[in-house]
Design a protein around this ligand. Structure first.
Ligand code: BJW
Length: 238
């Protein structure tokens, strides 16, 4: 299926970066939400109540992401993209991850559904700010334009970037193969991409060591780690 795909759409989640040492959110042993409260840290209300705590937490995670390296799962997806586009096919990778590892692995058509932890923005003007390689000196970090700086990620209750949703809508109409990799399929609207792809006739493959609420939507579930399964899938297909 992958070898003959005309347009492959991929949705990745935190699981694909787990083998790069970045913690997932909902895994019972390693997930971030085991130790941290999502309502306090990943919402506008949490930021308004405790901006120093929230920005310190995101800055700590930002530096961890900058130090992490892409793993064989990320690299296999970059190979699949170049093999497919090299023979006239199309490929679009939607990632819920904010870590930038797909781009660093060489993927080109990457759409960041939940933003990026490396880009921050001014709460007053909305202008983007690149914090650079060092930790912020104070928390919450002041913005050069008068407000505060907040991470450029999408919190619960916030709208996803419109251009990403528009592109997803287009690709969902066209894709004939859909790969869901390393996501618990619990956070909407991104989780709904898999359901929409299946309804619109794409062949859906899930890659995850665990069952998810949407496993039954997939035609094939490959149970295992993305860093082991994806290179084998790429090698088998191309
Ligand atoms: C491996 C592995 C290995 C481990 N290899 N796999 C419809 C129904 C119900 C609720 C809603 C709905 N529509 C909207 C909502 C509300 C809400 C939502 O979905 N809530 C649910 C939790 C119930 N959604 C929103 O608020 C979204 N906005 C929105 O809808 O706006 C419109 C609106 C506004 C107001 C009201 C209604 C509508 C925004 C969602 C933003 C999510 N933000 C976060 C934080 C980003 C910043 C940050 O990094 O801090 O995004 S939350 C967190 O979850 C993060 C992730 O991108 C996201 C998804 O998690 P993911 O990636 O799936 O990770 P995990 O940990 O859950 O799963 C990891 C998986 O990997 C597991 O399955 C493992 O088994 C697997 N794995 N190792 C492969 N080696």
């Amino acid at each position: 299926r992958l070898a003959s795909a005309r347009h492959c759409m991929v949705l990745t989640g935190a699981g694909i970066s787990a083998e790069s040492g970045i913690r997932t959110f909902r895994d019972t042993m390693e997930g971030l939400w085991k130790d941290f409260d999502p309502a306090a840290l990943a919402t506008q209300e949490g930021f308004d109540a405790a901006p120093a705590l929230v920005t310190r937490w995101y800055d700590w995670r930002r530096l961890g992401c900058a130090q992490a390296q892409p793993n064989p799962g990320h690299i296999a997806l970059a190979h699949i993209e170049s093999a497919l586009t090299g023979r006239g096919g199309a490929f679009d990778l939607f990632t819920q991850n904010v870590d930038g590892l797909h781009q660093r692995a060489g993927s080109r058509a990457v759409h960041e559904v939940h933003g990026s932890i490396a880009r921050w923005r001014c709460t007053k003007t909305g202008r983007e700010f690149d914090p650079g390689p060092e930790a912020f000196a104070e928390f919450p970090p002041p913005s050069p334009w008068g407000g505060l700086l907040r991470p450029g990620v999408v919190w619960f209750g916030e709208i996803l970037p419109q251009e990403v949703l528009d592109r997803a809508e287009q690709v969902l109409d066209r894709c004939d193969v859909f790969l869901s990799i390393g996501t618990s399929s619990q956070v909407y609207p991104a989780a709904g991409f898999m359901e929409l792809a299946a309804v619109r006739g794409a062949f859906v493959i899930e890659v995850n060591p665990m069952e998810t609420p949407l496993t039954r939507t997939a035609e094939i579930s490959l149970r295992g780690r993305a860093g082991e399964i994806m290179p084998r899938l790429a090698e088998a297909a191309f």
